[in-house]
Design a protein around this ligand. Structure first.
Ligand code: SF4
Ligand code: SF4
Length: 161
């Protein structure tokens, strides 16, 4: 089960493929943590196994606000997704990945990505007032919270391409 989750994640890895058309967005702090993790021998070995150059990944992360993706057309995939759908930087994965398929729009508005196969189960839980720990510090549970369902992928194509 996904960490801090109120639903069962299928570990299908879809959120690390089609969802990350341009790569997950990262903050400055996340960028620093991820760059530091690239000194970890397990991650270095994984990157070498993919045939990618570690320096290319470092440069991409340094120059952009996103983790790079590979592949020429959707579905692309995040450079840190392993063949068995594991995140190689799971402990320090960015907030956008930790929260997925949720996105907190405001303290009283949460969006759920319908592309996640668990979205219906998640919406049901949220509507009953069950919120996962990963978003609890971003929401105001004292007030009614609006839950909206959306295809993030469609929006991200127009917003970020
Ligand atoms: S798409 Fe949904 S079910 Fe699949 S790995 Fe991501 S969060 Fe889990
Ligand atoms: S950082 Fe990890 S969780 Fe986020 S898209 Fe990449 S592989 Fe998936």
């Amino acid at each position: 089960m996904k960490e801090n989750s109120i639903w069962e994640c299928l570990k299908c890895g879809e959120c690390c493929r089609s969802f990350v058309r341009t790569g997950p967005e990262i903050s400055d702090k996340e960028k620093e943590e991820i760059l530091n993790s690239l000194n970890n021998s397990k991650i270095v070995k994984f990157i070498h196994g993919t045939g990618l150059k570690l320096d290319w990944i470092k440069n991409q992360i340094n120059e952009r606000e996103y983790i790079p993706v590979i592949g020429n057309a959707p579905p692309k995939r995040c450079v840190f997704l392993s063949n068995n759908n594991l995140c190689m930087i799971h402990e320090i994965r960015p907030k956008i990945c930790r929260n997925y398929p949720l996105e907190v729009i405001s303290p009283n508005k949460i969006k759920v990505d319908l592309d996640c196969q668990r979205s219906e189960q998640i919406i049901e839980k949220l509507e009953k007032g069950n919120y996962p720990l990963c978003i609890k510090d971003e929401i105001n549970t004292e007030k009614d919270i609006k839950v909206e369902a959306e295809h993030f992928f469609d929006r991200k194509i127009s917003d970020r391409d």
